[in-house]
Design a protein around this ligand. Structure first.
Ligand code: FE
Ligand code: FE
Ligand code: ZN
Length: 292
C-alpha cells in the first residue's frame, strides 16, 4: 500500500481538526503540518489546537501517522548571530513537546544555513544545538531534511548528515527526511538512479533512518541548487521517476508527503487551488507493472 499525503494547513477555529479534514478531502492516508505559520514562530497552546477532535477523525479514517515540520526560519546552524541560534534551540524544545502532544513521532527540521563561517562551523553549531535539546527521553525523532544546497545550506549531501549524526550524543533520536526536489537540485540522480541514491544512503546512514519522503518535482535541472518545487510531471524529474520513488518497495512503510505548488483553478485561473487530490490519485493508480 502507498502511504501518501501532502502538507496541510492548521489555522482558524478548527486548527488541527481542520488539518485532518483537509487531508481527508485529498483522500490522503497521512499528512504533514506546521504547528503555525512556517515563516514565523508564533504558536498557540496545545489546548487550543482541537487535538481530541483531530484524533477522533484520524481514528475513524484509519490515519495512523502524520509528520510535523518545524518552521523554516529556525536556523541551528547560524554561526554569526547568537540570538538566532538561541531562538532555534528554545523553539525546537517547545516544538518537540507540541509534536508529541499532537501525537506525531517525527519532526522534520532543515539542518540550517551557516550564513558565513563555512560548513564545518555550521555543523558544529547544529550539533551544539541538538546536544542541548535531545535527551534519552525526547519523545519524537528529529528528521533532518536533505537540502538543495542553495546559499549556505547544510545537508545537501548524505556525508554532512552523517557528520551531524556522528557529533550528536543522542543520535538515536535523529532520522532523515528525503526530499526528491532537494536531492535532485543537490546533484543526486533521482531520475535514473534512485536505487544508487538508496545504496549510497544505506552505506552512510542506513535505510531504516529514513522517516519521511517529501515527494516533489523540481523546476530546475539536476545540480541547480535552487529549491523550486514543481507539480509531479511538470518539472525536470518527471512523473515516472517520482512514482518509482513513491512505490519503492524499500520505502513502503514510510510516509510520502507532497509539497508541490498550488495550481490555477480550472474555473477561475486567478484563483490557486491545491493539486493534492489529483496528484495522490495519479500516484495510487500508477502500478509497478507500468514501470520499466
Ligand atoms: Fe522542508
Ligand atoms: Fe521538503
Ligand atoms: Zn524545498
Amino acid at each position: 500500500m502507498l502511504l501518501i499525503g501532502s502538507h496541510v494547513g492548521m489555522s482558524g477555529k478548527e486548527m488541527f481538526a481542520g488539518s485532518v479534514k483537509e487531508a481527508l478531502s485529498y483522500q490522503a492516508d497521512t499528512f504533514m503540518v506546521y504547528t503555525g505559520a512556517p515563516q514565523n514562530t508564533r504558536r498557540k497552546e496545545l489546548s487550543e489546537l482541537k487535538i481530541p477532535e483531530a484524533h477522533a477523525l484520524m481514528k475513524e479514517a484509519g490515519i495512523e501517522q502524520f509528520i510535523v515540520h518545524a518552521p523554516y526560519i529556525i536556523n541551528l546552524a547560524n554561526t554569526i548571530n547568537p540570538s538566532t541560534f538561541e531562538l532555534a534551540v528554545e523553539f525546537l524544545e517547545k516544538e518537540i513537546t507540541r509534536s508529541a502532544g499532537m501525537g506525531s513521532h517525527v519532526l522534520v527540521l532543515h539542518p540550517g544555513s551557516h550564513v558565513g563561517e563555512g560548513t564545518k562551523a555550521g555543523i558544529q553549531k547544529i550539533t551544539e544545538g541538538l546536544n542541548q535539546i535531545l535527551t534519552a527521553d525526547t519523545p519524537v525523532y528529529i528528521a533532518l531534511e536533505t537540502m538543495a544546497g542553495k546559499g549556505s545550506e547544510i545537508g545537501s549531501n548524505f556525508e554532512e548528515l552523517a557528520e551531524i549524526y556522528d557529533k550528536t550524543v543522542h543520535s538515536e533520536k535523529l532520522r532523515v527526511c528525503m526530499d526528491t526536489c532537494h536531492m535532485h537540485d543537490a546533484g543526486y540522480d533521482v531520475i535514473h538512479d534512485f536505487d544508487g541514491i538508496l545504496t549510497a544512503f544505506d552505506k552512510l546512514l542506513g535505510i531504516p533512518q529514513i522517516a519521511c519522503i517529501h515527494l516533489n518535482d523540481s523546476k530546475n535541472p539536476q545540480g541547480a541548487r535552487k529549491d523550486r518545487h514543481a507539480n509531479l510531471g511538470d518539472g525536470c524529474i518527471g512523473f515516472d521517476a517520482l512514482a518509482r520513488v513513491a512505490h519503492h518497495p524499500a520505502l513502503a512503510a514510510i510516509p510520502k508527503i507532497l509539497e508541490t505548488p498550488y495550481i490555477p483553478s480550472p474555473e477561475n485561473p486567478d484563483k490557486k487551488v491545491p493539486p493534492y487530490k489529483e496528484e495522490i490519485e495519479r500516484l495510487r493508480h500508477f502500478s509497478q507493472n507500468s514501470l520499466t
